[in-house]
Design a protein around this ligand. Structure first.
Ligand code: 2AM
Ligand code: CA
Ligand code: CA
Ligand code: CA
Length: 272
């Protein structure tokens, strides 16, 4: 079986695992702060996915948010980048609106991306060169839009930050409206389907964005950091993803704001 088909199968099995497991009690812990939670289900699901992949492909490597693959520093071979639950706060508070997200790279090249809306039962997926899909329906090519006629995915937290806040505030003023779904992966899937025109994130990890980036590329969109720089898949970065026209409008906008650039450099460092 091909890796892509296998990936679709295990992500659905992981979704079934979560749905069964969440009927029982689970422990919720704070990681670095009270906004950053992790549950037993996050950890158990990552281990489940990890074991399933290695059972079938012993030579593949896996990076996961909850601790697998912390020693991995290069992208040789087949690399699976896994977020067992994206949107843990939604999982804890709502028991819905969370996703499993898996991006697969072969020798550093994107191979396929998979995002499962667990409670919605919808799988967004793409293999490079074969188009992007919502379940078995092929997504249309993303259409160009302008900021003033777009819905933009954005988390309100960034608006209240000192150095970068004013730039995000201007987006709130200029766009038709903003939306925040609490799962970066689901928000990227919504960009791919066109129900959002773009989405901006200030600080994401590879497991948050890798699958979404691959799916959006296949749907004809573009993803870089907020300064328009290409993403290095093993690093944290800001993320701007959307149709090509709004992607350009927004990168032009962020790169014309000196305070924003300074704030971005402070958090994300100089361009590699
Ligand atoms: P997570 O649920 O897998 O942690 C909104 O909270 C989005 O930002 C989610 O996709 C969440 O992923 C991600 N995120 C990344 N870093 C975070 C953090 N420190 N606290 C909360 N969410 C974070
Ligand atoms: Ca987390
Ligand atoms: Ca995540
Ligand atoms: Ca997670």
């Amino acid at each position: 079986m091909e890796i892509y088909e296998f990936g679709q199968r295990i992500i659905r099995e992981a979704g079934d695992f979560i749905k069964l497991r969440m009927k029982e009690d689970f422990k919720v812990d704070a990681k670095l702060n009270p906004h950053d939670l992790v549950t037993d289900v996050d950890k158990e699901t990552e281990t489940y996915i990890y074991e399933r992949i290695l059972e079938r492909y012993p030579d593949h490597r896996i990076i996961g948010e909850e601790g697998h693959g912390t020693d991995i520093e290069d992208m040789s071979g087949v690399l699976w980048i896994v977020d067992p639950i994206d949107g843990t706060l939604n999982f804890v508070h709502q028991l819905q609106n969370f996703a499993v997200s898996i991006g697969v790279y072969v020798d550093g090249e994107p191979y396929c991306g998979l995002i499962l809306d667990v409670m919605g039962g919808v799988l967004y997926h793409a293999r490079v060169g074969s188009g992007a899909f919502k379940d078995d329906i092929r997504l249309d090519e993303m259409r160009d839009t302008t900021l003033d006629r777009s819905l933009i995915g954005m988390n309100a937290n960034w608006v209240i930050k000192d150095q970068i806040g004013p730039a995000f505030k201007k987006i709130v003023e200029q766009t038709r409206s903003t939306r925040s779904y609490g799962s970066a992966a689901l928000e990227m899937a919504y960009v791919a389907t066109g129900i959002l025109s773009a989405s901006v994130f200030f600080r994401l990890h590879p497991w948050d964005y890798s699958a979404g980036m691959i799916i959006i590329d296949e749907a004809g969109g573009r993803t870089t950091n907020l300064l328009g720089e290409e993403i290095d898949i093993l690093k944290k970065d800001s993320i701007l993803t959307g149709n090509k026209a709004i992607h350009k409008e927004l990168t032009d906008y962020f790169t014309s704001d000196a305070a924003f650039i300074a704030g971005h450099r402070r958090v994300h460092g100089e361009k590699r």
